[in-house]
Design a protein around this ligand. Structure first.
Ligand code: NAD
Length: 484
C-alpha cells in the first residue's frame, strides 16, 4: 500500500485516533474494495481541534507576513518533491486517473501555497491623510479560527485552496474533508508541520455532515469556507449567519457553454470534452449545458462522438488511462438515475448511456443531443460524465436560455468573433467565464460563483479579502476639539 496517513485526525501537530467515533470506510472507487478506515470525530476530538487551533492562531498572527509565507512556500516545495506519492494517494482517495492527479491536484495545492506564501508579506493596510495633519491607518487583520469543509472531487486541492490563504492572512484552520475522501488532507497537515508550521495551526478532523455542523456552530470559530452542493451551502450559510460568521461558499453549477457557428470546431469540441469529462465529470464548474448553434450542430456532434469513442476508461493507476470511475457507489447510482431520466424525457442518446457493470464504479462518457430547457438533465447538476447538447438560433435567445438557472458558477463561449465573445460574456450571469477555452483554474485568477452557486472568491488577491478584515485607526495630531 502506498504511503497512507496513520490515523483518522491530525491535531496539534500529530496524528490522533479516537475509535469511539463511528467508523468510515475508505473505498477505492476503481475496485470497490475497502482500502482504509477512519473514525468520525467525537465531540471531544472536535473540541480538541478547535482549542488547539485557537491557541496556535495567536502566535502565528504575530509573525510577519514574510515569516508566514516562508513556511507556506516550503510546504509547496515539499508537495512538489512528493508529487507522485501524493498523486497516487489522490487517485486512491477519489478514483481519478493518475494521468490527471499527477498534474492537477497536489501541483494545484502547491501552486496555492506558493502563491499565498509569496503574497503574505504584501497583505497590508493603507495610510489615509486627513485635514489638519490628522490621519488614519488601516490594518488587514486575521479573522481567527477558520473552518474549511471539503467536497470529494478535489480533496488535496480544496484543502490547499482554503488552507493557504487562511494561513497567509494569519488565521488557523480546522479542515473537515468529505467523508468519501478523507485521506489527502491529512498529508497536507503533515507536510505543513514538516515545513515549519506551528502545531495546531492546520488541523484535520473526519466526519459527515454532523461533524461539519458541530464545527460551524462552535462559537470559537470565526469563518466557514465550504466547498459542496447548493443545498448544503444553504444550511451551512444559515448556521454561520446565526453567529455572524464570515463565509465563503463554493457550491454547485449547471453552467452553459455556448458554441457559435463560426467557432473553431476542433477547439469547441475540446472545450466541451474538457468541460464535461475531466475527473469523470465531477467538476463543479463543468459546462454541462452545451448550447450549439444549429449551423454547426451536425458537424459538432459527429466530431464529438468520434473523440468520445477514443476516451480510454479503466485502471486509474495506469497512466495511459484517461477516465476513471465515479468517486463512490452512491454517486454512480445518482448518475445512473439521470441517464434513465434523460432517455425517458426524450433526449437523444448520441453515445454512452450505460453503467459499466463489474468491479468499481465505472460509467460510459455520455452525450445527449436534442435536449430542451425543461428536461431534468438540463436543469439539475448531475456531477458525472453526462453532456447535454441543446440547439439554438440567435445570440439573444441563447443568452436568455443560458441565464435561466438558479445557479451561476461558470459559463463559456466559443466563437471567432471577438466582439461577440465579449458581448455574450458580459451578459452571462456567471462568476467564472471562459472565451475559447474551458475549465482552467490557475491560482492567480479569482474563482467562484454568482446566484445560488456561492458567495466569495477563492484564489488570487481576492481571497485575501475573504480571510482577513480591516481595522481602522484614527490618529489625532493636535488638540481634541470638543464642544463639552
Ligand atoms: P455535499 O454538499 O454533500 O458535502 C460537502 C461537504 O459538506 C462534505 O464534507 C459534507 O460532509 C459536509 N456537510 C454536509 N452537510 C453539512 C452540514 N449540515 N453542515 C456542515 N457540513 C456539512 O457535497 P459533495 O457531494 O461532497 O460534493 C459535490 C458538490 O460540491 C457538487 O454540488 C459540486 O458542484 C460542489 N463543488 C463545488 C466546487 C466549487 O468550487 N464551487 C468545487 C467542487 C465541488
Amino acid at each position: 500500500m502506498r504511503a497512507q496517513p496513520t490515523a483518522s485526525h491530525f491535531i496539534n501537530g500529530k496524528y490522533v485516533e479516537d475509535t469511539a467515533g463511528a467508523p468510515i470506510d475508505v473505498i477505492y472507487a476503481a475496485t470497490g474494495e475497502k482500502i482504509a478506515q477512519v473514525h468520525s470525530a467525537t465531540p471531544a476530538i472536535v473540541d480538541q481541534a478547535i482549542t488547539t487551533a485557537k491557541a496556535a492562531q495567536k502566535g502565528w498572527a504575530k509573525l510577519s507576513g514574510m515569516e508566514r509565507g516562508r513556511v507556506l512556500r516550503r510546504a509547496a516545495d515539499i508537495i512538489r518533491d512528493r508529487n507522485r506519492e501524493l498523486s497516487e494517494l489522490e487517485t486512491l482517495d477519489t478514483g481519478k486517473p493518475l494521468q490527471e492527479t499527477l498534474v492537477a491536484d497536489a501541483s494545484s495545492g502547491a501552486d496555492a501555497l506558493e502563491y499565498f506564501g509569496g503574497l503574505a508579506a504584501s497583505i497590508t493596510g493603507e495610510h489615509i491623510p486627513l485635514a489638519g495633519g490628522d490621519w488614519v491607518y488601516t490594518k488587514r487583520i486575521p479573522l481567527g479560527v477558520c473552518v474549511g469543509i471539503g467536497a470529494w472531487n478535489y480533496p488535496t486541492q480544496i484543502a490547499c485552496w482554503k488552507g493557504a490563504p487562511a494561513l497567509a492572512c494569519g488565521n488557523s484552520m480546522v479542515f473537515k474533508p468529505s467523508e468519501t475522501t478523507p485521506l489527502c488532507a491529512l498529508k497536507i497537515a503533515e507536510i505543513l508541520i514538516e515545513a515549519g508550521a506551528p502545531a495546531g495551526l492546520f488541523n484535520v478532523v473526519q466526519g459527515l455532515g454532523d461533524v461539519g455542523a458541530a464545527l460551524v456552530t462552535d462559537p470559537r470559530v470565526d469563518k466557514v469556507s465550504l466547498t459542496g452542493s447548493a443545498p448544503t451551502g444553504k444550511k451551512v450559510y444559515a448556521a454561520a449567519a446565526a453567529q455572524m460568521k464570515h463565509v465563503t461558499m463554493e457550491l454547485g453549477g449547471k453552467s452553459p457553454l455556448i458554441i457559435f457557428d463560426d467557432a473553431n470546431l476542433e477547439d469547441a469540441v475540446s472545450g466541451a470534452l474538457l468541460g464535461n469529462f475531466y475527473s469523470t465529470g465531477q467538476v463543479c464548474s463543468n459546462g454541462t449545458r452545451v448550447f450549439v448553434q444549429k449551423g454547426i450542430k451536425e458537424a459538432f456532434l459527429k466530431r464529438l462522438a468520434e473523440r468520445v469513442a477514443k476516451i480510454r476508461i479503466g485502471d486509474p493507476m495506469d497512466e495511459a488511462v484517461q477516465m476513471g470511475p465515479m468517486a463512490s457507489k452512491s454517486q454512480l447510482e445518482i448518475v445512473r438515475g439521470f441517464l434513465k431520466t434523460g432517455v425517458d424525457e426524450g433526449a437523444k442518446l448520441v453515445c454512452g448511456g450505460k453503467v459499466i457493470e463489474g468491479k468499481g464504479f465505472f460509467i460510459e462518457p455520455t452525450v445527449f443531443a436534442d435536449v430542451t430547457d425543461g428536461m431534468t438533465i438540463a436543469r439539475e447538476e448531475i456531477f458525472g460524465p453526462v453532456m447535454s447538447v441543446l440547439d439554438f438560433d440567435t445570440e439573444e435567445e441563447v443568452i436568455a436560455r443560458a441565464n435561466d438557472s438558479d445557479l451561476g458558477l461558470a459559463g463559456g463561449v466559443f466563437t471567432q468573433d471577438i466582439t461577440r465573445a465579449h458581448r455574450v460574456i458580459d451578459e452571462l450571469e456567471a462568476g467564472t467565464c471562459y472565451i475559447n477555452t474551458y475549465n482552467d483554474a490557475p491560482v492567480e485568477a479569482p474563482f467562484g460563483g454568482v446566484k445560488g452557486s456561492g458567495v466569495g472568491r477563492e484564489n488570487s488577491k481576492a481571497a485575501v479579502e475573504h480571510y482577513s478584515q480591516l481595522k481602522t485607526v484614527y490618529v489625532k495630531m493636535g488638540p481634541v476639539d470638543s464642544p463639552y
